[in-house]
Design a protein around this ligand. Sequence first.
Ligand SMILES: C[C@H](O)[C@H](O)[C@H]1CNC2=NC(N)=NC(=O)C2=N1
Length: 92
Amino acid sequence: MTLEEGAINSKLQELGTGWQRQGKHLILRETFGNFVDAMAFAQAITPLAEDQGHHPDLEIGWGRCTVLLTTHDDGGLTEKDFTLAKAIDRIR
Ligand SMILES: C[C@H](O)[C@H](O)[C@H]1CNC2=NC(N)=NC(=O)C2=N1
């Protein structure tokens, strides 16, 4: 079940700095000093996603890893996206 606007805005405030809401996505653009660290960040997210059965779209380039969260099955933002975002915050 997708979250209502008010719930999305209040949950967004509970997340770490840098998370942005764009339409049906939560987005985090992390930067690094090299490609290896960007890849390592993506790899560190892997077990969190597997544990939660919820998977981000990741875009990796030199010095950057962009995390996009949405619940494809429901067509928008759900609790699952915020739960994964919080877990990602703990490994930043
Ligand atoms: C069958 C499987 O559990 C589902 O397709 C899950 C897997 N991971 C998922 N991840 C995300 N981000 N959205 C989903 O709707 C989703 N669905």
